[in-house]
Write a protein of this length. Structure first.
Length: 237
């Protein structure tokens, strides 16, 4: 597979075309972003850790019957993926209250949420990724009602699979964000799953093991990501 030109440069990943029109290469950079790009720093090893972490999780999800864009690892920091038409909507599931839910509704951090909540955000940094609902998605044409229904069903299925996987590693899957796209007419999980896009708390100590360490300036960001990877059995370089 030959890597060609840069198609898109996101805050933490770059996307390249390949000699196959249906395949792209994702490059995971060390750039770490928070608050819609207002805080950005380079963290050594992060590109490698997130690339390998994402590959591990996507393969688990595929095995559980969830269609993902992941194809194969290309290098320590790159993977080959299907080229999706991305839907600019972020799907968030919460098993415990944290982050913007705590701020928005004044719920106590850590409160168990049963059933888990499902929320939508518009992927638009300039607008601060605003909270939206299905009606907005359909009216503004970001996705059809049937597509968003499928995205919700897949997101909840991902939650079932990953909650158990992290629980077995001594971690609470507090919340996470997924993005989807369309490949040959089918809704497919895109983007990445890594500690950048979820919250993980140690089950016994409550220690934050995810990007909140970076957002909140707690330090030990990559050390925490690597510990999560090690507990799950993700092979790191
Ligand atoms: P929130 O509490 O800030 O709404 O975030 C919920 C979860 O979704 C948390 O694990 C972080 C993740 N997330 C992203 O990774 N990127 C985003 O742009 C948003 C809105 C959330
Ligand atoms: N992923 C978003 C950003 O980079 C939001 C966040 O993680 O805080 O800025």
């Amino acid at each position: 597979m030959e890597k060609r030109t840069e198609l898109y440069r996101g805050k933490a990943k770059s996307v390249y075309t390949t000699d196959d029109p249906d395949r792209l290469i994702l490059l995971f950079r060390n750039d770490t972003s928070a608050f819609d790009g207002k805080k950005i720093e380079q963290l050594d090893r992060k590109g490698m850790v997130n690339n390998r972490f994402n590959a591990f999780i996507m393969q688990k999800l595929e095995a559980a019957g969830i269609p993902t864009q992941f194809d194969s690892l290309v290098s320590d920091t790159e993977c080959l993926v299907k080229k999706l038409d991305m839907i600019p909507v972020e799907c968030v599931v919460r098993n415990y209250a944290a982050g913007s839910l705590v701020k928005r509704l004044g719920i106590e951090e850590g409160q168990a949420l049963a059933p888990p909540t499902f929320e939508l955000f518009l992927k638009d940094d300039a607008k601060g990724d605003p909270f939206i609902n299905v009606s907005h998605v359909v009216t503004f044409g970001w996705a059809t009602a049937a597509q968003i229904e499928r995205m919700q069903a897949l997101t909840l299925k991902v939650n079932d699979v990953l909650k158990q996987l992290f629980d077995d590693a001594g971690l609470m899957l507090v919340d996470f964000k997924l993005e989807f796209g369309v490949f040959k007419g089918e809704i497919v999980l895109g983007d990445e799953f890594s500690p950048d896009g979820c919250r993980l708390w140690d089950k016994t100590t409550g220690k934050k093991m995810d990007k909140d360490r970076f957002r909140q300036g707690l330090g030990g960001v990559i050390e925490a990501y690597e510990e999560v990877a090690q507990r799950l059995g993700v092979p790191l370089a």
